[in-house]
Structure formats: structure tokens, C-alpha cells
Write a protein that binds this ligand. Structure first.
Ligand code: SF4
Length: 323
């Protein structure tokens, strides 16, 4: 089975059944991102650069058999694919991807974080976490909920970034921005940013994230490209919030036109959207073609990503990496 079809199918299915040798070192549990608060997930990869993250669920029709030392066979629809289980360093393979505040005052309808018993990590604690994995990561990625206010959260994240500069690793940051956030991050040596536009249209954004401002995110994205450069500015757009493919095409065109690489993030049904379906593999594959064409036309390339989701690619079909 072609890799991209396999990955799209796994994203639609959402989870695998895990059997074989004990695999605890390969199971990760997250405080943020699509699997926040779930019982665990794993990363299955082939050829070193093609990677997919899947939840673990004993009822899944897809089985991963761990043969030992990370070697694994994936059984899907009559096919067997040999690959590796990759251990997460912190949250994902090869990165120290840290959620600073695992709590949030906002209530985006798709997001499980506000309902989780999260807390804010101390700066020294974060530095220790990075220290513990520094020999097996290529990058540091920082994200955060908003614990008390957008301004206060940014100030705290800036303290975190300052404390992590001495590791001499590329640092990427994805937080909810305010005016001037990109310049302050850049001044501290941050190399990449991801400010998430989340929904394909402004009307959908207003419904999904009633406390947040669409224009503020766009302003941050616009100013970021001049500061961080080509292939260094990203924005998640969720697939499955009720938008059409035309809406997604338009927002991807708009992001690409200002030099921002869209990350198409399939909905993981959670929180108020727990009853929604995952986007189908067929839809993801057809959107992938549009995504790849748009990026090619403006010569943007997510394979250049150093940090965060475009460097990981576990949850999304990523042009260039998954072709
Ligand atoms: S793609 Fe992003 S959210 Fe998904 S596992 Fe990788 S870093 Fe985490």
C-alpha cells in the first residue's frame, strides 16, 4: 500500500491495536495537541522520514505488532507494512516539544485542554526536561495554553525561551499572539513560529473560538514572515470543523500568498466536538493534492521545517514528506 494512503487511512481510523513485545518506551502521553488527555499514542515510521502518530485502542481494526527493539509490523486491510516504532523524546520523536501551561482560560470548541487538570510548568523544570533529552533531540518546540491572560502568557513563554537558549538548538514557538509577539520572539532567537488560524473561515473561527480574534492571528502571521523568513512561519488549519474544501483551498491560498505554510490538521473529535466524525482518508488525500499544488506555486517547502508539527509530521499529511 502506498505510504500516503496508509497514513491517510490511519489518520481517519485514529488508532491502532498494539500487540507483541512490551512497548512501553514507545508509548507517549500528551498534555497538548490532538491526543491531549487520551490513554496514549505511538509513532510508526518507515524509511526514517515518514511518520504517523496513532492512538492506541484495543478495538481498532488496524494492528501493530511490536517485534522488539522498535521493529514493528503494521497490519491494515490485508497489507503488512514493516517499520519502526519511534520513541518520543518529549511529546514527539527528535524534539523536546513542551506545553508550558497545560490549562487555558479560553474555550475553543474542539480543544480538550480547558477540561484537563493542567498546570503551568516552572521555568527551571522545563530546562531540566530539555536537559534530560538534549542528546536525542534536534529541536525545542514550545507551546502553551493561556493560563491567565495573553500578555502574561507571552511574558512567561519569553522567560522560558530565554532559559533554553543555552542548549543551542533551534527553538520554535506556537502561542496565541498579541501585537508585537513575533518581534519579541525573534529578538530572543526563536527560529520558527506557528500561529494557528484554526478554522478555514472567519465565521467558523468566530463560532469555534468565540474568545479569540481572527484578525490578530493574521496580523501576527503577516509580520512574522518578514522577521523569520521563508519556510519559517506556519499556521494550523483544522479539517473537519464544518468547512468546505473550497473554504480550505481559499484559506491555504491566502496563507501561502503572505508566505505562511498552512498545516492541515485533521480534526481529532474532542471537547464540544466529541461527536463529530474524523475527516475521511479520501478527503485528506484530495486536500493534500491542493495543498501541495499551492505550496509548489509559491515555492514554500515544509521539508525545511526545523521545529514543531511540520518537522514532526505525525498528525498531518505533509507535502514533500508524505508524497
Ligand atoms: S504533528 Fe504536531 S501535534 Fe502531532 S505529534 Fe507531531 S508535534 Fe505533536
Amino acid at each position: 500500500m502506498e505510504w500516503i494512503r496508509l497514513k491517510a487511512w490511519l489518520i481517519e481510523t485514529g488508532a491502532v491495536r498494539l500487540s507483541g513485545e512490551p512497548a512501553e518506551p514507545y508509548i507517549s502521553r500528551s498534555a497538548a495537541g490532538p491526543s491531549a488527555g487520551t490513554s496514549g499514542s505511538l509513532f510508526f515510521s518507515i524509511g526514517g522520514s515518514r511518520r504517523v502518530r496513532a492512538g492506541i485502542d484495543g478495538a481498532s481494526p488496524v494492528e501493530v505488532v511490536h517485534r522488539g527493539d522498535g521493529e514493528a509490523d503494521l497490519f491494515i486491510d490485508g497489507n503488512v507494512i514493516h517499520g519502526m516504532l519511534e520513541p518520543a523524546a518529549l511529546h514527539c520523536p527528535r524534539q523536546a516539544y513542551i506545553t508550558v501551561s497545560g490549562t487555558c482560560i479560553f474555550h475553543c470548541r474542539y480543544c480538550p485542554v480547558p477540561g484537563l487538570p493542567g498546570r503551568r510548568k516552572e521555568v527551571a523544570e522545563i530546562a531540566r526536561m530539555v536537559e534530560n533529552v538534549a542528546d536525542r533531540v534536534d529541536a525545542i518546540s514550545i507551546t502553551s495554553g493561556v493560563a491567565s491572560s495573553i500578555e502574561e502568557e507571552e511574558a512567561y513563554v519569553l522567560d522560558v525561551v530565554s532559559a533554553l537558549r543555552s542548549f543551542n538548538l533551534p527553538i520554535g514557538v506556537s502561542i496565541y499572539p498579541g501585537p508585537g509577539t513575533p518581534a519579541r520572539l525573534r529578538a530572543l532567537g526563536v527560529v520558527e513560529v506557528k500561529f494557528n488560524i484554526e478554522a478555514a473561515t472567519e465565521a467558523l473561527f468566530a463560532r469555534m473560538c468565540p474568545d479569540l480574534a481572527w484578525d490578530v492571528v493574521w496580523d501576527a502571521l503577516r509580520s512574522s514572515v518578514a522577521l523569520f523568513g521563508k519556510n519559517r512561519v506556519y499556521s494550523n488549519v483544522i479539517v473537519g470543523l464544518g468547512e468546505t474544501d473550497e473554504d480550505l483551498e481559499r484559506v491555504m491560498e491566502d496563507l501561502a500568498a503572505i508566505g505562511v505554510i498552512p498545516v492541515l490538521r485533521p480534526l481529532t473529535p474532542a471537547a464540544a466536538l466529541a461527536g463529530r466524525p474524523r475527516p475521511s482518508a479520501e478527503r485528506l488525500l484530495s486536500l493534500y493534492e491542493i495543498h501541495a499544488r499551492i505550496l509548489r506555486r509559491v515555492d514554500l517547502d515544509p521539508r525545511r521545517a526545523l521545529t514543531m508539527c511540520a518537522a514532526c509530521t505525525g498528525c498531518d499529511l505533509t507535502p514533500g514528506r508524505d508524497a
